[in-house]
Design a protein around this ligand. Structure first.
Ligand SMILES: [Zn+2]
Length: 475
């Protein structure tokens, strides 16, 4: 039965997907819905939203039916609210179709309810029991059915009807289930079905960053990471708890956006949607340590706008011991997270660095060198990676000497808020060498005084010394 899933602040999220496999029975759900709720053929599909004739019995209540190219919606929302809803649904559907490279063949039928009391009995009588119950529970449900061929065992026909409360996320979430059901005959295992539906709920043109409800974000920020193996547990039932939905979303978001895992994620998803014998474990088993590391890293830094793609770990770079008289040179990009210096450093040694060039931590900001701005943004900093764990970060700068807090692979980055990397630009050239070997590193051509990285408050600061190496952890 449907389970109420209400976020702490009272906003319900979609809890449930029900799929029924009906052997040998064609369920003309779409045709039935259209016949029962009024004529929609010939509706204007040029505009993204068109409103069809209201059947007589709908008129006094404000319940009406609307059609856009891919959605057929019966709702008590106002025409303007419905227009906004259909616009969001169409936008999201376009992104889903692009992602799966699969066009929806028939419109998705939806009942979207703002106030159940406004709905006439004869319309409510058409609701399936679980649909009505889910609406009463302040949530949503997608009733899916697929017809299986007796001879081949393959799915030959599918139908889906969405029942959703008229909040911002639930109709979008349910529409993802309906799209999967109609396109592939399945929605996949719970972790994937609900994780992708949550992605759909948040899917906007805003791009690749994290955009989720604040309450979900705060929950994830303060919680101990849930074990991956628990998230993908195939015995999990849909509609269990909003917290479980949050973990499923995190995993799917990271796998879909991080270039280390995205190329395998789409085929895995399609395989599961098509009923093939694939699973999270079979596809990612060989990358378990890497995924675990990046999953933990993602949760450690998750915030609105955080970009899993920009912070993806470079697992392919080759590292070598930094020793002898010949300096090692590497370019570090302001827009990326930790990047390989390709130098293995020892905690027992000292190393010289010399960094040339400038970068910016905002689109319109002032370029700064590796010493960064007075607020610390733009400073070159390092961290040591060893056996899938990280040291505390430590500051570098344009020129100086440092001692690593532990032995391992030196990673470097431009200091900035982790969720604000996307507007950075520029690269610095970093030279590294074991202290005392060979010639001293050349000083960078010009070491300017630190400037304020915020162009809106151009304070004049007195010049300070170029950076001293420091083992003090960065904030
Ligand atoms: Zn769902």
């Amino acid at each position: 039965m449907p389970v109420r899933l209400t976020l702490p602040f009272g906003r319900p999220i979609c809890p449930l997907f029900l799929a029924l496999l009906v052997l040998g029975v064609v369920v003309p759900r779409q045709a039935e819905a259209q016949k029962k709720t009024g004529e929609t053929k010939g509706a204007d599909t040029k505009s993204s939203v068109s409103k069809s004739k209201r059947p007589r019995d709908f008129a006094p209540t404000g319940v009406a039916e609307y059609q856009s190219p891919n959605f057929f919606v019966v709702t008590d929302l106002s025409p303007d609210e419905t227009k906004d809803l259909l616009k969001r649904l169409e936008n999201m559907l376009g992104l889903i179709e692009k992602y799966y490279d699969h066009k929806l063949r028939a419109p998705i039928s939806m009942y979207v309810v703002k106030d159940l009391k406004a709905w006439p009995q004869n319309v409510l009588a058409r609701f399936e029991g679980a649909g009505l119950q889910s609406i009463r529970d302040g949530a949503g449900v997608t009733m899916g059915r697929s017809q299986i061929s007796r001879s081949t065992g393959e799915i030959v026909n599918s139908a889906a009807t969405v029942y959703a409360v008229a909040d911002r996320g639930t109709p979008q979430h349910e529409a993802v289930h309906a799209y999967c059901q109609l396109s592939f005959g399945r929605v996949g295992p719970t972790w994937y079905a609900e994780g992708m539906a949550e992605i759909g709920q948040y899917w906007t043109e805003k791009g690749l960053g994290v955009h989720c409800h604040d309450v979900v974000l705060k929950y994830l920020q303060r919680s101990e990471p849930k074990e991956l193996i628990e998230i993908v547990d195939t015995t999990d039932q849909t509609g269990d708890s909003w917290e479980n939905y949050a973990w499923r979303w995190v995993l799917c978001h990271m796998l879909a956006n991080n270039p280390n895992y995205a190329p395998r994620f789409k085929p895995l998803g399609l395989g599961m949607l098509k009923g093939q014998d694939v699973s999270f474990e079979s596809v990612y088993g060989s990358m378990a340590k890497e995924i675990q590391f990046e999953y933990s890293f993602f949760l450690q830094h998750i915030d609105q706008g955080f970009r899993a793609d920009l912070c993806a770990w470079d697992w392919s770079s080759k590292f070598a011991a930094c020793k002898g008289p010949v300096p090692m040179t590497v370019k570090i990009d302001a827009m990326r997270g930790w990047q390989p210096s390709r130098a293995i450093v020892s905690a027992d040694e000292e190393y010289d660095f010399s960094v040339s060039g400038t970068w910016k931590t905002t689109t319109s900001g002032t370029p700064v060198n590796a010493d960064g701005a007075t607020d610390g943004n733009g400073k070159l900093e390092g961290v040591i990676f060893d056996d899938y764990t990280l040291s505390e970060p430590f500051e570098l700068g344009t020129y100086g000497t440092f001692k690593a807090p532990k032995s391992g692979n030196l990673m470097l980055r431009c200091r900035d808020k982790w969720n604000e990397l996307a507007d950075n630009n520029g690269k610095l050239q970093v030279k590294l060498k074991q202290t005392g070997k060979g010639n001293p590193l050349p000083k960078p051509e010009k070491i300017t005084a630190p400037v304020d990285s915020n162009p809106k408050s151009p304070k004049t600061k007195s010049p300070t010394k170029s950076s001293e190496p420091s083992a003090k952890p960065a904030e």
